[in-house]
Design a binder for this molecule. Structure first.
Ligand SMILES: Cc1cc2nc3c(=O)[nH]c(=O)nc-3n(C[C@H](O)[C@H](O)[C@H](O)COP(=O)(O)O)c2cc1C
Length: 164
């Protein structure tokens, strides 16, 4: 699968907006992910409002790409929809990887920002996006058309593999 090998984090973007059809493809890819007990407790927010993007860029010291992107995809999960409460964040992480791979396949790029499990950042995102009380913020993924893109490197390390 070429996308696995070609994907790199993208933090700078062209100003042009992403087409609605492409955003829908990204959302479809996210929701195609596996989840614990098929619980699908993830929720998605597409943010394009410039003022809100600037505010999101301040929720952590490493969130500045949110202010450079034409859009951010916020991933959260609904605590009340979880059949297996311990797995909400894992489900969202897997859906987020699907997002990154679909972005790559569409000629787009993005970067996953670390929000959960850091409570302060989760609460800041929750408040800015006015999430429902039962939801927890998981991550922010600024995305768009890449403005320059690094090249990926082969990370395979046989020392990290053990057979028993
Ligand atoms: C859980 C997680 C949190 C991350 N948080 C941030 C972040 O807050 N800001 C950022 O610019 N990149 C963030 N990244 C992106 C990583 O820095 C990036 O994936 C890593 O350096 C490897 O580079 P690559 O994605 O280009 O392969 C995060 C990635 C993961 C998986």
């Amino acid at each position: 699968m070429d996308e696995i090998w070609n994907r790199v984090s993208v933090r700078r973007f062209e100003k042009r907006p992403v087409e609605k059809e492409k955003i829908e493809k990204v959302l479809r890819a996210a929701m195609q992910a596996p989840s614990a007990g098929d619980e699908e407790a993830w929720r998605f927010y597409v943010i394009e409002d410039k003022e809100l993007l600037k505010k999101l860029a301040r929720v952590s010291p490493y969130a500045s790409p949110a202010a450079m992107a034409p859009a951010v995809l916020a991933v959260s999960y609904d605590r009340k929809a979880l059949r297996f409460p311990e797995f909400g964040e894992i489900d969202c992480a897997i859906a987020s990887e699907n997002v990154l791979l679909e972005l790559e396949s569409l000629g787009l790029g993005g970067v996953m920002l670390g929000i959960a499990p850091i409570r302060e950042r989760m609460d800041a995102v929750h408040s800015l996006l006015q999430l429902p009380e039962e939801e927890e913020a998981f991550t922010l993924i600024p995305f768009g058309y890449p403005l320059g893109k690094g090249s990926s490197r082969d990370r395979f390390d046989s020392q990290k593999v053990h057979y028993r």
